[in-house]
Design a protein around this ligand. Structure first.
Ligand code: GRF
Length: 190
């Protein structure tokens, strides 16, 4: 059975990318890392794991359609079937969405629909709620709005600081994302 070919999109540290790469028996091959930040740490990590990268700078393009056109070319060239966002900090437009809708997945550090957008962990912490969590969902044109695939709750205790809460959420992310990717790909394999 041939492995499905996936791309990971990231803009920053890449701890979720790393967690995926460290997963045993992944039913897929990570064939491309797409990154919009030429200085991001995730690029060093991709080099370490030998994942081919497509790194771009939005300032070099006229508009979103222009850089997404190039992303789609790279994805097609690498025969990518699924895209997993792991801290990719951009909304996507029709150029990319129309090609891959239903096969693009994102991880977000809150229990969506609560706390969408930037700094979801900080938003939950400041709101004083007693639980938050992690959501994995399909990507649509909105900000963290697509259909939910998996969620896990993370309690917030009175001892928590923003730092400990982030650690707890990341620990959940690093297990839940690889697990959900495995389930999803097994379910969709012909
Ligand atoms: C994660 O918290 C993820 O939920 C959010 O961006 C963060 C990426 O972290 N979308 P990392 O780059 O994988 O360490």
């Amino acid at each position: 059975m041939s492995k499905q070919r996936i791309a990971i999109f990231a803009s920053g540290t890449g701890s979720n990318y790393e967690a995926i790469m460290e997963t045993k028996d992944l039913p897929c091959e990570v064939v491309l890392l797409v990154c919009d930040q030429p200085d991001a740490h995730v690029i060093e990590k991709a080099n370490k794991y030998g994942t081919p990268t497509f790194v771009f700078n939005v300032a070099d393009y006229e508009n979103r359609a222009a850089y997404e056109k190039e992303i789609v070319e790279q994805l097609k060239k690498a025969n990518v079937e699924w895209i997993f966002f792991a801290g990719y900090m951009r909304l996507i437009g029709p150029t990319l969405l129309n090609e891959y809708e239903g096969s693009i997945v994102n991880i977000h550090p809150s229990l969506l629909p609560k706390f969408p957008g930037l700094d979801a962990i900080g938003q939950a912490f400041k709101a004083g709620v007693n639980e938050t969590g992690v959501t994995i969902h399909y990507v649509d044109a909105g900000m963290d709005t697509g259909p939910i695939i998996a969620q896990e709750t993370v309690p917030i205790t009175t001892e928590d600081t923003l730092v400990t809460l982030k650690e707890k959420i990341q620990a959940v992310e690093h297990k839940l994302y690889p697990h959900t990717i495995c389930q999803l790909l097994k379910k969709h394999h012909d």
